[in-house]
Write a protein that binds this ligand. Sequence first.
Ligand SMILES: CCNC(=O)c1c(-c2ccccc2)csc1NC(=O)CNCCc1c[nH]c2ccccc12
Length: 326
Amino acid sequence: AQGSVTASPSQYDGEYDCPVTVGTPGVTLPLDFDTGSSDLWVFSSELPASERSGHAYYTSSSSSTSKLDSGETWDISYGDGSGAEGNIYIDKVTIGGITVTSQAVEAAESVSSEFVSDTSNDGLVGFAFDSINTASPNHVQTWFGNAEAQLASPVFTANLKKGKAGNYNFGYIDSSEYTGSITYATINSANGFWEFSASGYAVGSGAFSSQSIDVIADTGTTLIYLPAAIVKAYYAKVSGSSNSASAGGYIFPCSATLPSLTIGIGSYKAVVPGTFLNYAPNTGSTCFGGLQSNAGIGLSILGDVFLKSQFVVFNQGVPKIGFAPG
Ligand SMILES: CCNC(=O)c1c(-c2ccccc2)csc1NC(=O)CNCCc1c[nH]c2ccccc12
């Protein structure tokens, strides 16, 4: 089998949400596909009504194929302080025409205010490795982990776009979605992430600095977070920029022309256009950067601002990750 699903950007490309059908009869929910986590969780009828407002949700008792995964609970916290928790049902989950009949569906009994107010999604689908799934006392498998047996190849691809719909494909690589050739990096999945070593960086037309940068490819994080020294070198080329405590990161005059950012993957130079690095208006005539320091995070993140400039192959078989111009 193979499948494809549309990925729709929220405002400012903050996240990319895809239709996922859960249960029988199916309820279709926009879920945020997240290669930086490994829980498939949904807004549910078990939430207080106040936390469900503005959201569609899963009602296990209305699904004839739903079965309580008794004794199992989940509780996830993300680095931005958001989180959710609840219990678990086994039910059918279909994405892009591919159905997993016994998928662990983590039903929310409580969600943090960030998720209540983010009405773009009604939950997340984790596409990282099972080791960081939060279900307890036993881990549950990701949807992709369960779907792999049906796929010709243990791969999925991300073809995210700036300001318009893109897509995720499952089980195949569509050569019409990229140009040139795909360059692969070996994945170290020991921390549960799609983690690899980038080979260096360049700012605009400046010299490429060869250095190993440990990064994760994370569709669930909006921005790019890199070591402070690299970020400082970037904004040194943006006149009027500053690292603002009140804004929570680097800002600059919205009229600034931003240089591109090149990230090396092996010998491949992945270029993020300067326009992608003006993330969104801040206050007044200042704008917030799509590149921020990883200080306090403990790792570097290639989030959507980077990923939407590339065609990305996530191969869970090896594991390895591939990049090509989108
Ligand atoms: C800003 C969200 N990202 C993180 O917290 C994160 C961190 C991280 C750790 C410490 C401090 C800041 C970030 C490491 S890996 C990593 N990646 C993930 O956690 C991927 N999943 C993010 C899901 C997520 C968190 N808040 C949201 C709000 C809307 C939609 C999705 C989300």
